[in-house]
Design a binder for this molecule. Structure first.
Ligand code: HEM
Length: 483
């Protein structure tokens, strides 16, 4: 039974009302703690220049050089990169009340508005409380069927476009499939007609969000440039599409999901726990924009990286395929099959270790704190970086080696839980961690069921740290239908 599924390294979604309280450090404790060692770089902007062209790799080098914590000066403010599971647990879970999302997230508000990802306190709690029922067990039979239907469409597209031996870049195809899963499960609507425009809009928003997040002078992005005009147009177009979906439902031109109320219906029937008023149109817009953006791109890149890693490792491809054939016997996967697709899940976990879609997260300290004997002053930004932690050789021997067997229960038994956190942890952990893992298992299984895949080139695909960790040049392969 799929209910037996244990996502060993990732904890169950937290109950919002158990959000962490702030644990205060005394003045004496703070003074007695050590200062964080500083990286030897130019002050103010040094880290921005030194981290080019690939910030994730730069931060791995820094962690290897300096150890469990290292400080940078970013525009005159302290930024600490941490590389020990205790910090992850402390900042994101045990003492999460002393940390808010860092200013990097607030920069996303220009695009995301007040979505769940970037809000705090009561507003965040009310959003999480209202959204949580959409990710409970009883919805998953239906969600998995939708995922499998979208996966079948994905395979049909791949088959049609590779018919004459033509290669295909799988990334935009999986993006479209994952977008369809998100809009169908959350809002019971199929954006097939607007798909291409939607994908274009999302790319513009993501590219510009990334530039804004990492920019030294954020306000430069609000100068009247061509990029700003494109961004505003993309947001306006996205809003128009979303408002249409919401209004159609409000005015009875579309129907709720017959398999049970979808998130749109649940939110339309809810009152805000803080004000007691029905949710406003702009609040619904922020919530759905966040869900769709946070939800589809991350999952899509994971699926694309999984297929890439399997193509590069024929021995693991053979094991995964044997499992898929044995468990599914040629039929579409369902929720009940997921607990049997164990190796496919281990492949997805190992892929998210090496290519965590949210390659970094960050928090700002609200008050002075002390962790593992180091001072964390009020206002400091802590960088919690799965890309770095997932390559810490203390927990992941031969870190660059792709080895799904790291995720057998025995292999993971002695590993600290917070050495692996692709979905974050604590009260702000991804609300859809199980949803995303199921989608990856289902679509990867379907692609293996239908095709023999071969990469077009043996050259390694580089990762590109956008908001999610995308494959820079795409992932191109040929797909021969299996007999
Ligand atoms: C492989 C796929 C995914 C990965 C790796 C991922 C990762 C994450 C991470 C790391 C966070 C926490 C960010 C932080 O603490 O700063 C997060 C939050 C969130 N994710 Fe996901 N996510 C994925 C898929 C999804 C999907 C499919 C949805 C929606 C359908 C979704 C919706 C959200 C939302 C709404 C939040 C904010 C939660 C909160 O602040 O309470 N994610 N995700």
């Amino acid at each position: 039974m799929a209910t037996d599924i244990q996502f060993a390294p990732v904890e169950a979604a937290p109950r919002p009302r158990k959000a962490a309280r702030r644990i205060l450090t005394s003045r004496e404790e703070f003074r007695a703690a050590k200062r964080v060692p500083k990286a030897k770089l130019l002050p103010f902007v040094g880290v921005l220049f030194a981290s080019k062209p690939h910030p994730p790799s730069f931060f791995v080098r820094m962690a290897n050089e300096y150890g469990e914590i290292v400080g940078f000066d970013i525009a005159g403010k302290p930024l600490y990169l941490v590389n020990h599971p205790d910090y992850i647990q402390h900042v994101m879970q045990t003492n999460a009340g002393n940390y808010r999302k860092s200013d990097f997230y607030y920069r996303l508000k220009a695009m995301f508005g007040d979505g769940m990802l970037v809000t705090e306190n009561e507003l965040w709690r009310s959003k999480r409380t209202l959204a949580q029922p959409s990710f409970r067990r009883h919805r998953f039979d239906h969600y998995c069927n939708v995922m499998a239907e979208c996966g079948t469409n994905l395979c049909d597209v791949v088959e049609a476009e590779t018919r004459d031996g033509q290669p295909i870049n799988i990334v935009p195809k999986v993006m479209a499939a994952a977008l369809n899963v998100a809009t169908r499960t959350l809002m019971n609507c199929d954006l097939a007609e607007d798909k291409d425009r939607f994908t274009e809009i999302i790319t513009t928003i993501m590219v510009q969000s990334e530039k804004r997040v990492w920019s030294l002078f954020e306000l430069l992005h609000d100068l009247p440039t061509k990029a700003r005009a494109e961004r505003l147009q993309a947001i306006a177009d996205f809003d128009a599409l979303l408002y249409k979906v919401i209004k159609d439902r409000m005015e009875g031109r579309s129907t709720p999901d017959p398999a049970g109320p979808d998130m749109l219906q649940m939110l339309l029937e809810s009152a805000c726990p803080v004000t007691g008023e029905p949710l406003s149109l702009s609040r619904l817009r922020d919530d759905f924009l966040t869900m769709v953006l946070a939800g589809h791109e991350t999952t899509a890149v994971s699926i694309a990286w999984c297929l890439y890693m399997l193509c590069r490792h024929p021995e693991h491809m053979a094991t995964a395929r044997e499992e898929v054939d044995r468990v599914l016997g040629g039929r579409q996967p369902t929720y009940e099959d997921l607990s049997e697709l164990k190796f496919v899940k281990m492949v997805a976990q190992e892929t998210m270790r090496l290519y965590p879609p949210f390659w970094t997260m960050s928090r700002a300290a609200l008050a002075d704190d002390e962790v593992r004997g180091y001072r964390i002053p009020k206002g400091a930004t802590i960088m919690l970086c799965p890309y770095v932690m997932h390559r810490n050789p203390e927990y992941w021997p031969e870190p660059e080696k792709f080895d799904p067997y790291r995720f057998t229960p025995e292999a993971g038994a002695d590993r600290p839980k917070h050495a692996y956190f692709p979905f974050g942890t604590g009260p702000r952990q991804c609300i859809a961690n199980h949803f995303a893992m199921f989608e990856a298992q289902i679509m990867v299984a379907q692609m293996l069921q239908r095709f023999d895949l071969s990469l077009l080139t043996s050259k390694e695909v580089e990762s590109e740290p956008m908001i999610s960790l995308r494959p820079k040049q795409g992932i191109h392969f040929t797909a021969r239908p299996r007999l």
